[in-house]
Design a protein around this ligand. Structure first.
Ligand SMILES: [Zn+2]
Length: 266
């Protein structure tokens, strides 16, 4: 059956194709089998691969020319970043000189966030749709988009094998916990690299209050560093976060995570 839909990026009516939130090229790099059926659990443990993968429904509202054109160029950039940096787990005490193209990375993070928000009917899909122009054209960088990176380290305990942050996940910070200055915070985790994209709200923002909110964010996300849009590289230091500490607060609500950890503990 031919399914015509309005493209979420260019707005044209066209035949839609089913797509995963994370590009197949990245799932392949993580050895995640996309043929596996999704279930309702938010976080899945891919037994065969032994990885934590944030289960996502697919989207089917992007046209072939957006998908195959600009969006796939953003995917290709991230795959290149994966091959150079993201594939490697960062250990306690280590640092990395991380090289990045701010616009390519930020546009990709926004794209993945927008796709995930639509797929899950989340509060920020309208907010993220304001960035479509930047995602597909990349010409004018929006004001106050802040991207932070925090490096996760393996969980180490004497009696068991180390558990690396073998992640591919995306989440939105609960809107009730956001300060007025932030419309949304998206978290995209790829192995050790945990990216936070801070989306400013539309209200007129007082500079001092904005800076305070950013400071509070940095205090909560210990060891994170802001990517300066004008730079091309930054030295990142391993944080103290690991797979257990990141799920610590709500681990009892994530039976899949407990299964995942138990399997590692065997
Ligand atoms: Zn399109």
């Amino acid at each position: 059956m031919v399914n015509m839909k309005k493209c979420a990026y260019c707005g044209n009516d066209s035949v839609s194709t089913r797509e995963h939130i994370f590009p197949k090229s990245l799932l392949n790099r993580k050895n995640i089998d996309t043929k596996e059926k999704y279930n309702d659990k938010r976080v899945r443990y891919i037994r065969k691969a032994g990885k934590i993968f944030d289960g996502e429904p697919t989207i089917n509202d992007v046209c072939g020319s957006c998908n195959g054109g600009v969006l796939s160029r953003l995917d290709a950039y991230t795959c290149q970043l994966y091959d150079n940096f993201l594939y490697k787990f960062v250990n306690k005490g280590e640092s990395v000189i991380f090289e990045y193209n701010f616009d390519m990375l930020t546009r990709w993070l926004l794209k993945v966030s927008y796709n995930s928000a639509r797929a899950n009917n989340q509060f920020d899909s309208g907010i993220l749709s304001n960035y479509i122009e930047y995602i597909i054209k990349g010409k004018t960088r929006p004001d106050r988009i802040n991207v932070f990176v925090q490096l996760f380290i393996p969980y180490v305990e004497k009696s068991i094998e180390d558990i690396p942050p073998d992640f591919l996940r995306i989440a939105a910070v609960a809107p009730a916990t956001l300060p007025d200055e932030f419309a949304s915070i998206r978290i995209i985790g790829i192995n050790s690299y945990c990216f936070y994209i801070v989306i400013p709200s539309k209200i007129k923002i007082d500079r001092r209050r904005w800076r305070n909110s950013i400071d509070v964010f940095k205090k909560n996300v210990i060891g994170s560093k802001r990517l300066n849009p004008n730079y091309k590289k930054i030295r990142l230091f391993a944080s103290k976060e690991n797979i257990v500490s990141s799920y610590g607060k709500n681990i009892e609500h994530n039976p899949e995570i407990i299964t995942a950890l138990n399997n590692y503990f065997k």
